[in-house]
Design a protein around this ligand. Structure first.
Ligand code: CDP
Ligand code: CDP
Length: 215
């Protein structure tokens, strides 16, 4: 039986940096589910589909070849029509439309299937919005990272990104399909005043007595 550590939370709560470091400390692979929603959004926009029209989004997705896997360094990847979208995933166009695209049920179904396949043969730390609630509801290892809106806004701005995280969080939390929420059995970690190492140590401290030792 493989282990899945689910790390959910709003934008800039620290999911990516914490999950990557946690995976390293545990010897697990790291999977960023947001990258998949971003890659599909990039492709939908590239095809000129209207992100506000769910049927256009679904049709664009159906025309695309979406492949996920792990490279030789155990880094997860997503290819659209055999190509990696790369730095374009953080474009402001993608930031502005990803919540619309990821609210479309067909998109969620495709990504959810791929995520479950990625975790079939490996121990993973997987981050996103619905990993503990929908993708792996049965995992006993669920964390919800949070931080105050002001601190999260400051963190994203410090990265030099144009990213309206309040609007994105609101849309992610209020959509019908797999909204951002705290799974009933998730442990909430407030990262507002913790360093990256502080968050990772707090999570490792919870996992150790549950039989997940760090290396
Ligand atoms: O890194 P950041 O928190 O800014 O966002 P991300 O993890 O790259 O996710 C980008 C967007 O993808 C989110 O705002 C959600 O709309 C969507 N997403 C989702 O719907 N479900 C997930 N499991 C992960 C991301
Ligand atoms: O993946 P998510 O959008 O949740 O957040 P992130 O990209 O991991 O973190 C956003 C920014 O906050 C990064 O520049 C991190 O280095 C920083 N961060 C922090 O200052 N303190 C923490 N405890 C966690 C992350």
């Amino acid at each position: 039986m493989r282990h899945v550590i689910a790390i959910d939370g709003p934008a800039a709560s620290g999911k990516s940096t914490v999950s990557r470091q946690l995976a390293r400390r545990l010897g697990f692979v790291y999977v960023n589910s947001g990258t998949m929603y971003r890659a599909i959004t990039w492709e939908v926009l590239r095809q000129g589909a209207n992100a506000h029209a769910p049927e256009e989004v679904a049709a664009a997705l159906a025309r695309a070849d979406v492949t996920c896997g792990f490279d030789a360094d155990n880094e997860s990847f997503i290819h659209i029509n055999k190509k990696a979208p790369g730095a374009a995933l953080r474009d402001s166009q993608v930031n502005d439309h990803v919540s619309l695209v990821s609210a479309v049920p067909e998109v969620r179904r495709v990504v959810c299937d791929r995520l479950r396949l990625l975790a079939r043969d490996r121990d993973v730390v997987m981050e996103g919005r619905d990993i503990g609630s929908i993708v792996f509801p049965g995992t006993p290892f669920k964390f919800y990272l949070d931080a105050s809106p002001e601190i999260r806004r400051r963190r994203r701005a410090a990265e030099g990104q144009s990213d309206a995280i309040d609007a994105r969080d609101k849309m992610d939390a209020t959509r019908k399909a797999a909204p951002l929420k705290i799974a009933g059995d998730a442990r909430v970690v407030d990262t507002s005043h913790l360093t990256l190492e502080g968050v990772v140590d707090a999570i490792l401290g919870i996992l150790r007595p549950l039989g997940i030792p760090s290396q």
